[in-house]
Design a protein around this ligand. Structure first.
Ligand SMILES: NC(=O)c1ccc[n+]([C@@H]2O[C@H](COP(=O)([O-])OP(=O)(O)OC[C@H]3O[C@@H](n4cnc5c(N)ncnc54)[C@H](O)[C@@H]3O)[C@@H](O)[C@H]2O)c1
Length: 399
């Protein structure tokens, strides 16, 4: 059995207290720090200030390994110091990092006097990409080479204990692999060992939580809009839900989530517009569904803007069909791109042997020629884009 680390938790709110209790239940000595005197006095007197199923019992069972304080000095000698302060988003969308900044001021003082020189500082707070880099740079400017990790928390209140011990996956942002390995071997090993673990950059781990929560929000909002429209058209949404989620090949799956080209083709735009029409007929407000095709068109405009920014006079479009493996050109994204570029007096040539072999000429669709090897200033390789696994718009395969 590996020896158990001593753990400090900064911020004994929802995540902090749940984490403290769960870690103590694995045998770790845990000290929780909070600046809120009421929270600390409650915890010291044995009262858990939040409601979470099972937490009170687990807290009482492990009280001998839990201590609480409003003094950062009590973090001295901790192997891991886990930061769980709040990071609210302001009304303008800017994330308020005041609590994180204040934590870093306190930790910097401790680091400068040597009391946490061996500690790994683990940030569980949700923070925008770039925050960890700023933390590291500011510490370096004070001569501190801190051991830093970002380790987003994915638990859900209401099933927090179960979720903490069984996370959907573990994501850890690190710049120093040795720091990650220390955390994995001395801390994670005591639980979460079966979880799928991703060691990644600070920015990726910071971004992960925003993507996850926006995705969950999107699913709820989408489900509710679809239900509201269904109610107006004699569709039983309970049955419909079962039918929808039964498809884990295309519907509930990673398919169609790949970053890359916007969608084209004869179906996705048409039927999304059809659902928008059903919302309108039923006088249902469905802003999410009504904006899907607009969102897709914004990505097309990005491609056009990117090409124009290079001032080409001749552009090769490789792949004219709406996706690879078909000669179907209907509603292909390329047609929008070609039409926008042509209106700027940019010459377009197209390379797509499959479409050409199907007897189509480019002029059937757009004002362009099929060609293979002519000189061009700019190359948009659409079929690569449509099939590649990771290809964000900014990294379009351009030559
Ligand atoms: N609540 C959730 O379900 C959940 C799930 C996953 C991730 N998160 C993220 O975890 C973080 C914490 O969320 P929360 O809901 O636990 O927040 P919270 O507001 O419940 O807790 C934050 C605690 O930090 C304390 N605090 C503030 N400044 C401090 C300082 N300088 N030093 C010590 N303590 C300080 C506060 O008094 C408070 O008790 C956020 O970034 C949140 O986005 C939350």
């Amino acid at each position: 059995m590996k020896s158990l680390p001593k753990v400090g938790i900064i911020g004994c709110g929802y995540i902090g207290i749940i984490s403290a209790v769960c870690y103590a239940s694995k045998g770790m000595q845990v000290v929780g720090i909070d600046l809120n005197a009421k929270i600390i006095s409650d915890l010291v007197s044995g009262k858990v200030p939040i409601h979470e199923p099972g937490l009170d019992v687990l807290f009482q069972e492990n009280r001998d390994r839990l201590s609480f304080s409003d003094s950062y000095a009590d973090l001295a000698g901790c192997d891991f110091i886990i930061v769980t302060v709040a990071t609210p988003t302001q009304t303008d969308g800017v994330v308020d990092l005041n609590q994180v900044t204040r934590v870093m001021q306190s930790l910097t003082e401790l680091a400068l006097d040597g009391s946490i020189s061996e500690s790994v500082l683990v940030f569980r707070s949700t923070m925008p990409p770039g925050t960890m880099k700023v933390i590291r740079t500011e510490a370096l400017s004070k001569g501190l080479n801190l051991r830093l990790l970002h380790y987003p928390e994915f638990l859900r209140e209401g099933s927090a204990i179960e979720d903490l011990f069984n996370p959907p996956r573990v994501v850890i942002g690190a710049e120093d692999v040795a720091v990650f390995e220390k955390f994995r071997d001395q801390f994670l090993i005591h639980f979460e060992e079966d979880a799928n673990t991703f060691l990644t950059s600070f920015e990726n781990s910071e971004y992960a939580k925003y993507v996850d929560n926006s995705w969950h929000a999107l699913k709820v909002a989408f489900g509710n809009e679809v239900a509201a429209i269904a109610n107006k058209h004699s569709v039983n949404i309970r049955d419909m839900y079962d039918i929808f989620v039964a498809d884990n090949h295309l519907n509930i799956s990673a398919r169609y989530l790949r970053p890359g080209a916007p969608y084209g083709g004869s179906c996705l735009r048409k039927d999304t517009d059809g659902l928008k029409g059903l919302a309108k007929q039923g006088q249902v407000s469905a802003p999410l569904i009504c904006s899907i095709n607009d969102s897709n068109y914004s990505r097309i405009e990005e491609i056009v803007a990117l090409v124009k920014s290079r001032n080409p006079s001749k552009v090769l479009i490789e792949g004219l069909s709406f996706k690879v493996g078909t000669s179907d050109v209907r509603e292909a994204v390329q047609l929008d791109v070609i039409s926008s570029l042509s209106s700027e007096d940019i010459n377009i040539c197209v390379f797509d042997p499959v479409v050409e072999a199907a007897g189509n000429t480019a002029q059937n669709f757009v004002d362009a020629e099929f060609c293979a090897t002519e000189k061009w200033d700019f190359h948009l390789r659409f079929h690569n884009l449509l099939t590649s696994e990771i290809s964000a718009i900014e990294t379009l395969d351009l030559t």
